[in-house]
Design a protein around this ligand. Structure first.
Ligand SMILES: Cc1cc2nc3c(=O)[nH]c(=O)nc-3n(C[C@H](O)[C@H](O)[C@H](O)COP(=O)(O)OP(=O)(O)OC[C@H]3O[C@@H](n4cnc5c(N)ncnc54)[C@H](O)[C@@H]3O)c2cc1C
Length: 379
């Protein structure tokens, strides 16, 4: 009598990538280009996770303002983080151009919702300029929507992240198995056996690109990646353009952007819980929905938001807000780039590059290394 696992379809390949978001797609494209036999296993559909639900804003830096980052991380590390997000944006734009995926070169605004935040933006602008970054502070409510001040980052862009992910995977020629959730990874000699819905794959190495779902796949991530939900309201197309630039507000907890088709997107998320684990969904949905509805009422009272389409997605946050790149201590053939956070689009290409350098050359992932979080992360 065969067990259900023995009846599964058995495949082999060089590398299995788990997760077809932007990170998984970026890694897949690179491996395929270098002749590595690669397969992608995706629980839902291509870009069915955070990537496809994102607002598509490719913004420099982290959600907190630069003055906060300079004191939280130290000036030099804050500078390195901001520079890396610029590098990630440039990689993303290069790739989008190569694949004919439209990119809107809009710049972005960070908006202050109170005077204290306006002070933070003023100070951040000074520090950013001293550190060689483009940033312009304006002490007025330039959108005339009840904000106190604005900081403009002129080189930020927007993109349809799902379209970019699909284009990357299509151009790579890599086979993507959708509806194929991976539920176990097991050593087998020098190889890894990947157990998934409907199939099992024996491979030399695995790449986990599962972002906020990492703790569900391996307990190593339980205290390192906190799943956090973000919510989007998307209005019907408006008569005209009310926002020609994507904005983040309230220390990055709310964002707003009008799509080329004139729909207005309003998005919000809540501080992650520390210690990992799933968020209690009902409680979180209430808090985030209420906060986002209040933001809309206060700053977009002229726009009908009630009845807008809503969607949410899970993001993975690390305690220090930076992605996590490394290998599993108990399964060193399993590489990961997870915990991309609320501004993961510019990080995606940086995290993918660091992961590939770790795979090929055993190169230290630097500030993205999992070793920084202590514990038993082995590289
Ligand atoms: C509502 C929302 C709005 C956002 N807006 C922005 C924004 O404007 N700008 C920005 O920079 N960032 C934004 N983000 C964050 C950004 O989308 C993410 O940081 C980024 O897309 C992460 O990419 P990823 O490939 O790491 O993860 P994901 O896109 O989440 O991909 C992970 C994939 O792994 C799959 N998966 C998980 N577990 C398994 C398993 N066991 N087996 C197989 N497959 C599995 C998932 O289905 C998913 O497709 C937003 C996020 C959300 C949720």
């Amino acid at each position: 009598m065969w067990t259900s696992q023995e009846r599964k379809r058995v495949d082999t390949c060089d590398v299995v990538i788990v997760g077809a978001g932007l990170v998984g797609a970026a890694v897949a494209a690179h491996l395929a280009q270098n002749g590595i036999g690669t397969a992608v296993l995706e629980a839902r559909s291509v870009a069915g996770g955070a990537t496809g639900r994102s607002a598509g804003m490719v913004l420099t830096g982290l959600p907190g303002h630069y003055n906060w980052a300079a004191s939280a991380y130290g000036r030099q590390k804050a500078q390195e983080i901001w520079a890396l997000t610029i590098e990630g944006r440039e990689r993303l734009v290069e790739m989008a151009n190569r694949l004919n995926v439209p990119v809107q070169h809009t710049g972005s605004l960070a908006l202050a919702v109170e005077e204290t935040e306006a002070d933070a933006l003023r100070e951040s602008a000074v520090l950013l300029q001293e550190d060689g970054f483009e940033a312009r502070f304006n002490p007025r409510d330039i959108l005339d929507r009840g904000f106190c001040a604005a900081l403009r980052q002129p080189d930020d862009v927007t993109v349809d992240a799902a379209e970019l992910t699909r284009a990357l995977l299509d151009s790579s020629g890599v086979t993507v198995h959708e509806g194929t959730e991976v539920y176990d990874l097991e050593p087998e000699g020098d190889n890894v056996r990947v157990w998934a819905q409907g199939r099992t794959v024996l491979c030399n190495a695995v790449v986990l690109a599962v972002n906020g779902y990492a703790p569900l796949l391996d307990s190593y991530f339980a205290d390192k990646v906190a799943p956090t939900r973000s919510l989007v309201f998307a209005t019907d197309p408006l008569d005209g353009m009310v926002l020609d630039v994507p904005c983040s507000a309230d220390y990055g907890y709310e964002t707003c952007r009008q799509l080329p088709g004139r729909r207005l997107l309003l998005s919000s998320w809540r501080r992650p819980r520390t210690g990992g684990g799933q968020e209690p969904e009902a409680d979180l949905d209430d808090v985030v929905q209420l906060g986002l509805a209040r933001f809309a009422e206060r700053h977009f009272p002229d726009i009908k938001v009630a009845g807008a389409e809503r969607w949410s997605g899970v993001m993975g946050f690390t305690d220090d807000g930076l992605p996590l790149v490394g290998t599993l201590p108990h399964l060193p053939q399993v590489y990961f780039a997870v915990g991309l956070g609320g501004r993961g689009l510019p990080w995606a290409f940086v995290a993918a590059e660091r992961l590939i350098a770790l795979m090929w050359r055993d190169a230290d992932p630097g500030i993205l290394s999992a070793q920084r979080l202590g514990g038993t992360a082995a590289l």
